[in-house]
Structure formats: C-alpha cells, structure tokens
Ligand binder design. Structure first.
Ligand SMILES: Nc1ncnc2c1ncn2[C@@H]1O[C@H](COP(=O)(O)OP(=O)(O)OP(=O)(O)O)[C@@H](O)[C@H]1O
Ligand SMILES: [Mg+2]
Length: 316
C-alpha cells in the first residue's frame, strides 16, 4: 500500500462569458484520475500541452482547488485542506517548477531560497542553517560560494539544481517535479536528472515526474501514466508502456521520440506514419462520441488501458 492515494480527482475551471460574466461552461482540466504513490518510486505523468499535467500536480499540493475527488496522505484526508505552512503534509510534499526564473525569487540569495522551507519546521541557528544549506548545495553539485549569490546570477541548469536543493531541504516523501528539465539543453538535462536519481537513492523520496516527452522520463520512471484531455489513457510500469503500449495515444507519443540511429531512421518514419494513420482512422475505438477517453480497464496486474468496453473485454 502506498503512502498517498489520489481518488477520482477532478479539477474543472469555470469559463465565464457574456455581458454578465456568467459561468457558461467548464474546462475539464482534470477529469477523474486515480493514482497510488509508494515510497521511493518515480511516477511519470506524460501528455501533450494542455492535457492537465500541471493541474494534477498543483491540486495535489494545494495550489489549485479540487472540484471533486479525494487526496489521502498516510490515511489522512488532505483534499483542499487549507495548507498550514507548518503542517506535516506541507513538509512532506514539495514541488519543483518548470520555470525556475519565475518560481525562485530573483531578489533573494541562495541561502534564503533554500533555507526558507526549513525555517517553517526547524529552529536552526544561523551557523546550523549555513551548514545545512551547504550540504544541500553539495548534494546538487553546486559550489559553496553560491550561498550568498542571487538566483538571477545563475544559469538555467544551476537554478534548476537550486530548486531541487530547496525541494529536498525538508526531507520530503514526495517531490512533484513539473517539467524540471524541459527548459535545459540535453547535456544539462542529463546532469539534473542524475542528481535527482542520486537524491532518490539516498533519501528514498518518491517523484511525480511531469513531462511531455516519453524519451526524457524513460530512465527515471518505475510507473507511467499517459494523460490526454484530463484523463489517463494508459497506466503501467516501464515495460508495459515502452514495450507493450496499447492505446493509440501512447503509441503516438512513443513514435514522437526522435530516432538517433541513422539506419533505423527510415523505418522509424514509416512507423510514425502508420501510427498517425491509425490515429485518424480508428478514433471511435479510443474515444467515445464526445471525444472523451474511456475508463481504464486492467490488462494485467500492472497495466491498464482506456479502450472501448467491447474491445477491452476481448483482450487486445
Ligand atoms: N487557472 C485556469 N483557468 C482556466 N483554465 C485553466 C487554468 N489553468 C489551466 N487551465 C486549462 O486547463 C487545461 C490543463 O492545463 P495544464 O496547465 O494542467 O496543462 P499541462 O498538461 O500542464 O500543459 P503544458 O504541457 O503546456 O504545461 C488547459 O486547457 C488549460 O488551458
Ligand atoms: Mg504544465
């Protein structure tokens, strides 16, 4: 059993229009997802822009209001609880944002940025604070002289590492990482991912790793949820998703990973065209008449796919 359960989570944003600014419709940003989070595991949340990934992360941590559904942390209902700065939940679930330029206050020094979440929970003397922040900087491979610099004095990759150090400062059980490396170039991406992996090995933290790219998360994730229009189209472990994808949308995301092998490039292109053809031809197999994703059905103990009920029954 995991330490966190997310049950039938929905986040609907009202759309207002007209002279009276009445609510005329809703954006179903998240529309009924379930997730169980176990200790020390990494969960990938992957889908195209606008599929609702960030909304999932923000609503779990309390930055976005949950319309319906429940979030449990160690058996306690934490759904829409006004998050007290000093509550255990707040300490144990942290978030890293995609855009560290706007999420880290540029007018604050590194020591203040990293120690801020610590200050809410521990009474450290100034010396202890410096020691602790230095340890954290070391964990993410930053030099000690970073301590008194300002966030804007660093490169994107360095800022992202400061964000990681800040998130691990309180020794949380879950870190929600929203596209933590998307803004970085490939070599720096690998560095930051390696630090995140090492931190996981040392502290047994779990990650909810949000990305639009199945290529980036491949080496990070134990389990993956593929998201489309606020729903999961497929859920499974790494093998299920990469070696045995069942939903056409998952296949599409996989075929979008660029092939680096020049020999296979032509075959890759063929495969990609084939997936695109199936995607346009067989819509009704994967989406109901309103274009909504079907409910997930189990294929195996670990693997779930959202297929049309009659297709799901007959196996694949
Ligand atoms: N505050 C808001 N008010 C109204 N609609 C919103 C709000 N925030 C997000 N949305 C809408 O909800 C949907 C999901 O947005 P979300 O940011 O979760 O997507 P995402 O998967 O994180 O996309 P991206 O990959 O571009 O970051 C989108 O259609 C978006 O326009
Ligand atoms: Mg997002």
């Amino acid at each position: 059993m995991g330490f966190m359960q997310i049950q039938d989570l929905k986040v609907h944003y009202p759309i207002r229009s007209g002279f009276w600014n009445n609510v005329t419709d809703h954006v179903y940003a998240v529309d009924g997802i379930n997730l169980e989070i176990e200790e020390g595991k990494t969960y990938g949340l992957v889908g195209e822009s606008g599929s609702g990934k960030s909304t999932v992360g923000k609503s779990i941590i309390g930055l976005e209001k949950i319309t319906s559904g429940k979030v449990f942390y160690e058996g306690e209902d934490v759904t829409n609880k006004a998050r007290k700065r000093t509550s255990g939940y707040n300490r144990n679930v942290q978030m890293i944002f995609q855009d560290s330029m706007s999420s880290l206050n540029p007018r604050k020094r590194v020591i203040d940025i990293i120690s801020e979440p610590l200050d809410n929970f521990e009474r450290l003397s100034p010396d202890e604070t410096i020691r602790r922040v230095n340890e954290l900087l070391d964990i993410v491979g930053m030099p000690e002289d970073a301590l008194y610099k300002y966030a804007h004095e660093f490169s994107g990759g360095q800022r992202q590492r400061i964000g990681v150090a800040r998130a691990v400062a309180t020794n949380p059980k879950l870190i929600i990482a929203d596209e933590p490396v998307s803004a970085l170039d490939l070599s720096v991406q690998a560095q930051v991912l390696n630090f995140m992996k090492r931190i996981q090995e040392e502290y047994n933290v779990s990650y909810l790793f949000i990305s639009h790219d199945l290529g980036v998360v491949k080496h990070m994730c134990d389990n993956l949820a593929i998201m489309y229009r606020g729903r999961f189209v497929e859920y499974g472990n790494k093998k299920d998703i990469y070696n045995n994808p069942q939903h056409i949308y998952t296949k599409r995301l996989l075929s979008a990973i660029p092939s680096i092998d020049p020999v296979n490039r032509l075959a890759h292109k063929e495969r990609r065209l084939e997936v695109e053809r199936e995607y346009t031809m067989n819509q009704e197999k994967y989406y109901d008449e309103k274009g909504r994703v079907y409910d997930l059905n189990p294929l195996s103990e670990s693997h779930y796919v959202a297929l049309r009920p009659e297709d799901a029954k007959g196996g694949n």
